[in-house]
Design a binder for this molecule. Structure first.
Ligand SMILES: C[S@@+](CC[C@H](N)C(=O)[O-])C[C@H]1O[C@@H](n2cnc3c(N)ncnc32)[C@H](O)[C@@H]1O
Length: 242
């Protein structure tokens, strides 16, 4: 199938609508295409937050809420908020959330986070930054809502560095993944959006550079599966930092 990415102007509406459409199959799709490894990567993301009892964590672009739930599992005394603009993804998140869990799921836009400045100790974002309309604008929003010294942990697809493995990865991502998507939801073009959106997404080093340029103080890269999956851990400077 020939596929064209939405324009920058269309991207937000497109992404919101398409995640609404695939919400019921999203978790299953993720399990199949990553062979379940996304669960391990999300646990790793939460381990990087260094949250302490009473801290407040925002899971941005929370989707069906995997990372938000993992935050609470690892840090039961933290306050967790999940934010997403897809009502259907949030409905699944709510349905998987036990009533007293303490996670608040909110409908909202990552480009305009409905919280005051310096509100969160940590912001997690899984497969979200690639989907927002303006990556730099979103990084600025995350910095704004983080407390000084707060941490952002970002999980997304990365670029494989070894040429042979990169070829195999591209074959899997561009040929097999859409087939799996089509098997789960025949005719759904969102499963073509996933690999194509990765083409426009910066590689690990460039993303690190963009984070530092946006105002984060440090950014560490943790690669998995030869870099096909990657986690960035970046810190907002403390008030005393230069
Ligand atoms: C690939 S899913 C990731 C879900 C979840 N974080 C995970 O790791 O499985 C991307 C999510 O980002 C959400 N999203 C994309 N752009 C957004 C924005 N500007 N504001 C809020 N949510 C957004 C989509 O609705 C979707 O639920």
């Amino acid at each position: 199938m020939a596929y064209t990415l939405p324009s920058a102007e269309e991207k937000s509406n497109y992404v919101e609508q398409k995640f609404d459409e695939i919400a019921k199959k999203y978790d299953h799709f993720n399990d199949v295409i990553t062979f379940g490894m996304h669960r391990y990567w999300k646990k790793f993301v939460v381990r990087q937050t260094g949250l302490r009892p009473g801290d407040h964590c925002l899971d941005l672009c929370c989707g069906t809420g995997d990372i938000a739930r993992e935050v609470l599992r690892q840090h039961p005394l933290c306050i967790v908020t999940g934010l997403d603009f897809s009502e259907e993804m949030l409905k699944i998140a709510e349905s998987k959330n036990s009533k007293n869990s303490g996670i608040q799921f909110l409908l909202g836009d990552a480009m305009n986070i409905p919280f005051p400045d310096a509100n969160f100790d940590a912001v997690t974002i899984g497969y979200g930054l690639r989907n927002v309309q303006n990556l730099n604008g979103c990084l600025q929003e995350i910095l704004r809502v983080l407390k000084p010294g707060g941490v952002m942990v970002c999980l997304d697809v990365g670029k494989v560095r070894l040429p042979v493995i990169a070829e195999l990865n591209n074959f899997y991502f561009f040929r097999i993944v859409p087939l799996i998507g089509n098997w789960l939801m025949p005719g759904q073009e969102m499963f073509h959006y996933l690999p194509h959106s990765s083409l426009e997404y910066p590689n690990q080093e460039l993303l690190k550079h963009l984070m530092l340029e946006a105002g984060f103080q440090e950014a560490e890269i943790h690669d998995f599966v030869f870099g096909a999956s990657t986690v960035h851990v970046a810190y907002k400077p403390t008030n005393n930092s230069k």
